[in-house]
Design a protein around this ligand. Structure first.
Ligand code: NAD
Length: 297
C-alpha cells in the first residue's frame, strides 16, 4: 500500500502561522519586533536561494530580517568582526551564518563567535552541549523540524527504534541526540550509521523511523526499509536531468517511488524537511525575542 505523504509544506505553513500570531502578540504587548541577521559570504547560488527564502519567510511572519552580503574573498577576521557587531546589536535576536563558507574561512571559528543567546541555528558548542545534556535552548533547525513533523503527524518517536544515516554536526548527530532524550517528542532508541557502518541495510531494516541524512541521491532503496517504517528524507541532492531547463532536478537520499510502497509514511523532496527547517528558524528567532522580552520586563 502506498505510504502516507508527510507534507513539510503543509506542516511548515501551520508552524509559520503560529509564529506570526506570537510575533504579533510580542509586538502589541512588549513593542518588540524579533530580528534576524543573516550573514552570506560569497555567491554560491544554492545558498543565495536559501537566504532569500529565509528572508521572505521572516517578512511573512512579521520578523525583521537583514542580510549581510560579503564577497567570496572576505578574510575570516572580517566575518568574525561582523558577527561580533551583530552580537552587540539589540535589534537582532538571532544570527545565522549561511553555510558552507569559502575555503579561507574556518567554519568553527565563525560559528563559535556567535553569541550563544543569539545562536538560532543551534550550532554553537554551548547549544549543542545543552542539547546533549537534555536541557536544550536552541535546537538546530533541521533536527527540530524533523521532530516537529513526526509529532504533528502522530509518529511519536517514544519507544521506537530510530535509525539515522549520517553523522554531521548540523543534522545527523543533533537529530540523534534530540530524539534519544528523555522528553516529550523523543525517548527513542537511536542508532547512528555513517560511512564506517558495515552492512548498512542490516541496521536500516531495524528502523521503525528511518532518517536519511547522508547527502547521497536515492541511496536508501526499498530493500533497506522495514515494512511499515516511517521514512524521513533530509537529503537534498542535485542530479543531472536533461529534461529540465536548469539541467538538473532535486532529489532526496531515498528512492522515493519504491520506498513509498514499503513505508507507512514518507517525506517527499522537495516539500518535506526543507520547508520545516525554515519554519524552525523562525520559531527559534521568536523564542529568542521572547526570552529577551521577559529578561527586560
Ligand atoms: P554531510 O556531508 O556533512 O554529512 C553526511 C553524513 O552522511 C556523513 O556523516 C557521512 O558519514 C554520512 N554518509 C555519507 N555517505 C554514506 C553512506 N553511503 N552510508 C552511510 N552514511 C553515509 O551532510 P549534511 O550537511 O549532514 O547533509 C546531509 C544531506 O541533507 C545533504 O543532502 C544536505 O543537502 C541535506 N540537508 C538538508 C537540509 C534540509 O533543510 N532539508 C538541511 C541540511 C542538510
Amino acid at each position: 500500500m502506498a505510504a502516507e505523504i508527510i507534507s513539510g509544506t503543509d506542516i511548515s505553513k501551520q508552524v509559520r502561522a503560529e509564529v506570526a500570531e506570537e510575533v504579533a502578540l510580542l509586538k502589541s504587548q512588549h513593542q518588540l519586533v524579533p530580528g534576524l541577521a543573516v550573514v552570506l559570504v560569497g555567491d554560491d547560488p544554492a545558498s543565495a536561494v536559501y537566504v532569500r527564502n529565509k528572508g521572505r519567510a521572516c517578512d511573512e511572519a512579521g520578523i525583521f530580517s537583514e542580510t549581510f552580503n560579503l564577497s567570496a574573498d572576505t578574510p575570516e577576521d572580517d566575518v568574525v568582526e561582523l558577527v561580533k557587531k551583530l552580537n552587540a546589536d539589540p535589534k537582532f535576536h538571532g544570527i545565522l551564518v549561511q553555510l558552507p563558507l569559502p575555503k579561507q574561512i574556518d567554519e568553527k571559528t565563525v560559528l563559535y563567535a556567535i553569541d550563544p543567546d543569539k545562536d538560532v541555528d543551534g550550532l554553537h558548542p554551548f547549544n549543542l552541549g545543552r542539547l546533549v545534556g537534555g536541557d536544550p535552548v536552541f535546537v538546530p533547525c533541521t533536527p527540530a523540524g524533523v521532530q516537529e513533523m513526526l509529532m504533528r503527524t502522530g509518529h511519536d518517536p517514544s519507544g521506537k527504534h530510530v535509525v539515522v544515516c549520517g553523522r554531521s554536526n548540523i543534522v545527523g548527530k543533533p537529530v540523534a541526540m534530540l530524539l534519544l532524550q528523555k522528553m516529550t517528542g523523543a525517548n527513542a532508541t537511536v542508532s547512528i550509521c555513517h560511512t564506517g557502518t558495515a552492512d548498512l541495510g542490516a541496521i536500516t531494516r531495524q528502523a521503525d523511523i528511518l532518517i536519511a541524512a547522508a547527502g547521497r541521491a536515492e541511496f536508501i532503496t526499498a530493500d533497506m526499509v522495514k515494512e511499515g517504517a516511517v521514512v524521513i528524507d533530509v537529503g537534498i541532492n542535485r542530479v543531472e536531468d536533461a529534461s529540465k531547463k536548469s539541467g538538473y532536478r532535486l532529489t532526496g537520499d531515498v528512492d522515493f517511488g519504491p520506498v513509498s510502497e514499503v513505508a507507512s509514511a514518507i517525506t517527499p523532496v522537495p516539500g518535506g524537511v526543507g520547508p520545516m527547517t525554515i519554519a524552525m528558524l523562525l520559531k527559534n528567532t521568536l523564542a529568542s525575542a521572547q526570552r529577551s522580552a521577559s529578561t527586560n520586563a
